[in-house]
Design a binder for this molecule. Sequence first.
Ligand code: PLP
Length: 390
Amino acid sequence: MTTQTFKKIPYGRQWVGREEIRAVTEVLKSDFLTQGAKVPEFERALARKVGSDYAVAVANGTAALHLAAIALELKPGDEVITTPISFLATSNAIIYAGARPVFGDIDPETQCIDPRNIESKITKRTRAIFVTDFAGHPADMAVIYDIAGKHKLKIVEDAAHALGSVCGGSRVGSCRYADMTIFSFHPVKHITTGEGGAITTNDSQLREKLRELRTHGVTRDPQKLLNKKQGGWYYEMQSLGFNYRLTDIQAAIGIEQLKKSGRFIERRREIAKKYTRAFSDLPGILTPVERSNMKHVYHLYVIRLQGKFAGKRQIFFEQLHKRGIGAQVHYIPIPEQPYYRSLGYTAEDCPNARSYYASAVSLPMYPGLTNTEVHSIIKAVKDICHRIFR
Ligand SMILES: *Cc1c(COP(=O)(O)O)cnc(C)c1O
């Protein structure tokens, strides 16, 4: 039996340098490991980067979605329209808040929710829309914004893939087309804090609500106290919150990562260009599109097997792994997950999501990928197409 000794190229990974290490060391030597000055510094830097009035840092992207759902005061019986092609957390957050996700099918070109499938799913119970900027390409936010305005719905934009992306002249995260935008700082995302997340908004009331919810629903703000202050120690719990705080150790990493995020994104776009150019002569491989008024930031680089390669995804995937390439599939349609099935969901009314899923493969994509690695990935794809699929 042979054991695999070579290291696989993963589909994604962080880029951390000596600046982050130095910043963490400084925090470790300081008075505050958490609830210090680094978190607000990171929040200001993030808000400045994306062009929002406020950012609220939290423990992870899932916590950001959870707090966004609660801040909208969703309640049992409410419906929230969302996409079947996202990470599970997008729709799970709707369920955490007691509401019901309703899945609208995707646009087969961008894999983001198709605004027409939002409109067709609106009922008297619909309260909000949770949109994902899939792979780093913005959803049709201007159209979705108009629909939401017409029906008085709130918008939460899941931009876990889309830090640095631009939609029709507005930066993703600026909340030009959303009430709240959420980010994740998991190591595979554009910037990392280990685990981490944030919500951006231009609504000061939502911001206050989110800040309270991330720390047990507690406030010490004299302006907001419901009862008379009983002394310097006094605080009030006014809602049921959580401990969803980001630490100062993490925020210090985030501050350094944000400074590098422009370069990270440029490198991702450069790699995407190399892939797209190399695969242009393989008619069985469909490459990602970037719409003219949008900026794709390639959290993922997803190719689709079509024509004579259709139905060969499993072999293709296994052949890539055999060649040391850690390809992945993003994502299994959420309504097809056993838990969602048990709630009565199916992806039958999302045929685009289904056919996308059957054909999709995510190739490695991260700024630390070397040109040599990129070329070996391209070579492997071509080799599989020419020799295995002959
Ligand atoms: C990563 C991700 C999340 C969750 O973020 P965590 O920080 O891992 O909790 C949510 N939505 C999408 C689309 C993601 O990719």
